[in-house]
Design a protein around this ligand. Structure first.
Ligand SMILES: Cc1ncc(COP(=O)(O)O)c(C=O)c1O
Length: 395
C-alpha cells in the first residue's frame, strides 16, 4: 500500500472510471474456458498467421534501408494511405474520388481516430448525436470527455425514426441547446451492437433532417465492419460518397483490425477537410507522433501484393458460418417462443438479441449472473435516451 499523499487529478482525470471494455477484453485472455461473446474479439483460428509470417520474412527485401523498423510520420505511410483510398474509391459508385490520401491518416485502430475526432471538436457539456443503440465504448469515451450523447430515436425494426429525430432536435432548439451539438456519429455497416446497416433513404433522410434545422455539424461514419459482409457487400454508399452529405464536414473511419488482424491495431481515418485533418494530426502528434511503422509496413505489403481480398473472402466465410451456427442454435433453443428477438446478421462479428421486457439484462441482474455461472460472457447494450427501444442484449 502506498503511503504517499492522494494525487490531485484534473477535472477529466477525476471523473474517469475503469471502462467496462477493459474487463470484457480481459475475459477471453484470462479465462479461455469462458465463451466470450462480449468484446468483439476476432477468432484466433482465423488470424492470418502464415500470411503475416511470410510478409515479415521478406520485409528486409521489400523495404530496403530497414525503414520499417524506424519511426514513421504522424500521418502514416503514404503508400498505405494511397492504397487504402484506392480501394475505397474503386468500390465507390461516384466517378470522382471521395477519399483523398492527403486527408487520410493511419491510426492505432479506428478507436484512436474516433477519439481524436471527438477530442478536436467537443468541449465538456457539448452534445454528440448517436444512433440508438450505439457502440458502448464510444459512450464511455464521451463520458470521459464529459460530452453528452443524444440518441437518434429508432423504430421497432432498428431503423432511424426521422420524425422522432425531428422532435428531439425541436426540443433541443426549445431548450437553446442546438448550438451545443458538435458532431454526429453513425455506424453505417453491420453496426455494433445492432449488426444492422443504415439504408440509403435512412441515411439521406438523416442529412435532410439536420438540414431542416440548419445544422451543418461534422458527421463521422464508422465503417469498422463494412468489409466483413457475408454474401454481398451492402450497396449503400458511405456518407463520403452521397450528395446529401456534401454540405457537411465528414470523416470516414475504417480499420485493418477486424478485417485483417486485431493485434496489428491499424486503423485509418479519411476526412473531407484538410483543416480538421491537421487538427487531428496535431493531437495525434502530441499522443504518439505516429502509429507503429512496422505493422503499417506489413499491411502495406499485404495490399501491394493484392493479398487482402482473398483473406477477406476467407474471413467472411468463417464469420458467416459462425453466425449461422449461433443463429441456428438460438432458434433450436426455442428462445423466440419466450419473447426473445433477433435477426440473422448479414455481416460483421455481432449478433444482437432483444430480451422480453421482464428480463433484466443489466450487468448486475440475474440473467447476467446466470450467464457468467454457465461460462458465458455477454454485454447488455443500453439505448441512449431519448429512445423507444426495449431492453436489449447483444452477444
Ligand atoms: C463500431 C466500432 N468502431 C470501432 C472499433 C474500434 O476498432 P479498432 O480500434 O480495432 O479499429 C470497434 C471495436 O470493437 C467497433 O466495434
Amino acid at each position: 500500500m502506498s503511503s504517499s499523499k492522494p494525487i490531485r487529478y484534473s477535472s477529466v482525470g477525476e471523473t474517469l472510471e475503469v471502462p467496462v471494455i477493459n474487463q470484457l477484453m480481459a475475459i477471453p485472455l484470462e479465462k479461455p474456458e469462458v465463451l466470450s461473446l462480449a468484446a468483439g474479439f476476432t477468432d484466433n483460428a482465423a488470424l492470418p498467421v502464415d500470411l503475416v509470417t511470410d510478409i515479415v520474412a521478406k520485409l528486409p527485401e521489400t523495404n530496403p534501408n530497414n525503414e520499417f523498423l524506424q519511426y514513421g510520420t504522424t500521418q502514416g505511410r503514404p503508400v498505405l494511405r494511397k492504397l487504402t483510398c484506392d480501394v475505397l474509391n474503386n468500390e465507390s459508385s461516384r466517378s470522382a474520388p471521395s477519399f483523398d490520401p492527403q486527408n487520410t491518416y493511419i491510426s492505432n485502430g479506428s478507436q484512436q481516430a474516433l477519439f481524436l475526432a471527438t477530442h478536436t471538436l467537443c468541449d465538456p457539456g457539448d452534445i454528440v448525436l448517436v444512433e440508438s443503440p450505439t457502440y458502448f465504448v464510444y459512450l464511455s469515451m464521451l463520458q470521459g470527455l464529459q460530452v453528452q450523447p443524444v440518441g437518434i430515436p429508432a423504430r421497432d425494426d432498428g431503423s432511424m425514426d426521422h420524425e422522432g429525430f425531428r422532435s428531439v432536435l425541436s426540443k433541443l432548439k426549445e431548450d437553446g441547446q442546438l448550438g451545443r451539438i458538435k458532431l454526429a456519429y453513425l455506424i453505417g455497416y453491420y453496426a455494433n451492437p445492432s449488426s444492422r446497416c443504415i439504408g440509403l433513404e435512412e441515411k439521406i433522410g438523416f442529412a435532410e433532417v439536420l438540414g431542416e434545422f440548419d445544422i451543418q455539424i461534422p458527421v463521422i461514419e464508422d465503417g469498422a465492419y463494412r468489409n466483413l459482409f457475408y454474401e454481398t457487400p451492402n450497396p449503400t454508399p458511405s456518407i463520403m460518397e452521397l450528395d446529401a452529405f456534401d454540405p457537411f464536414p465528414k470523416l470516414y473511419l475504417g480499420t485493418y483490425t477486424k478485417p485483417f488482424a486485431t493485434g496489428m491495431k491499424i486503423g485509418y481515418a479519411c476526412c473531407s477537410e484538410s483543416e480538421w485533418t491537421s487538427k487531428m494530426l496535431c493531437a495525434k502528434g502530441n499522443q504518439d507522433f505516429g502509429t507503429a511503422n512496422f505493422t503499417q509496413a506489413i499491411i502495406e505489403q499485404v495490399m501491394l501484393q493484392d493479398r487482402h481480398k482473398p483473406l477477406l473472402n476467407t474471413l467472411s466465410r468463417h464469420y458467416h458460418a459462425k453466425a449461422k451456427l449461433l443463429h441456428e442454435t438460438l432458434e433450436a433453443s426455442g428462445l423466440r417462443n419466450h419473447g426473445w428477438h433477433w435477426d440473422m446478421p448479414e455481416g460483421g462479428l455481432l449478433l444482437w438479441m432483444r430480451a422480453p421486457e421482464h428480463v433484466n439484462t443489466n450487468m448486475d441482474g440475474d440473467f447476467c449472473e446466470k450467464c457468467t455461472d454457465r461460462g458465458l460472457s455477454m454485454f447488455p447494450a443500453t439505448s441512449v435516451l431519448p429512445t423507444n427501444t426495449q431492453p436489449i442484449l447483444f452477444a
